[in-house]
Design a binder for this molecule. Sequence first.
Ligand code: C5P
Length: 229
Amino acid sequence: MKTKIFIACDTTNPKKLNNIIKNTKTNSLKIGYKFGLEFFYSPKGRIFISKLKKKEIFLDLKLNDIPNTCAAAINAIKDLKNINYITVHISGGQEMLKAIKKASKLINKKIKILGVTVLTSLSNKSIKKVGHTRSIKDLVIKQATLAKSIKLDGIVCSGHEAKYIKKICKNMEIFTPGIRLPGEGKGDQNRVMSPKKSIKNGATSLVIGRSITSGNIKKNIQKLILSMK
Ligand code: C5P
């Protein structure tokens, strides 16, 4: 299976977004688009997304609230018929995950639910500060096991954990953000990895933002293609 690339469209500007879509077109990669909180919350975001056709769309809502509120939030986007993936924080708990799954099946059977484990911006030091006593690796494994038991469709984790998760979540998709092209710095991310290594570790989709969307997008896509060889 060809690894999919989801471009993180982190902007509030529809013009910039059109430019991202135009310049990321290539026959060498299977490209989809990820819309997170920044674009979805922006004045024109929702309507822009609703009009996108023939594209794989990943709505990165990272839901995390009580079950009733999350189910209602899913119901509130039932007019968006073109969504392929939605994210939820696994840390929201079993009942919330079940409620989201049930609500999503009611509005659109094709929507896949991805469980977000520990954000790629976090380190072992930072999760200790919010009260976790396990290591990131153990926490991600624990959360992915819960997501599997609820039959979520996929897991979001860093490339570092993907190699463990692929053994546990055998038939599930694995999305890895925190991707950096060779030679690039981490920025605000912590657990970063190159495209090639992430795929080797088990990623079925890569989520890539600024490495593609900053600067010359066409050149960045060529760099990505080269780095995956
Ligand atoms: O620009 P960069 O490639 O670092 O962007 C990564 C994207 O992936 C952002 O849109 C961010 O919200 C998202 N993401 C992440 N870590 C996760 C889940 C999603 O960085 N665990």
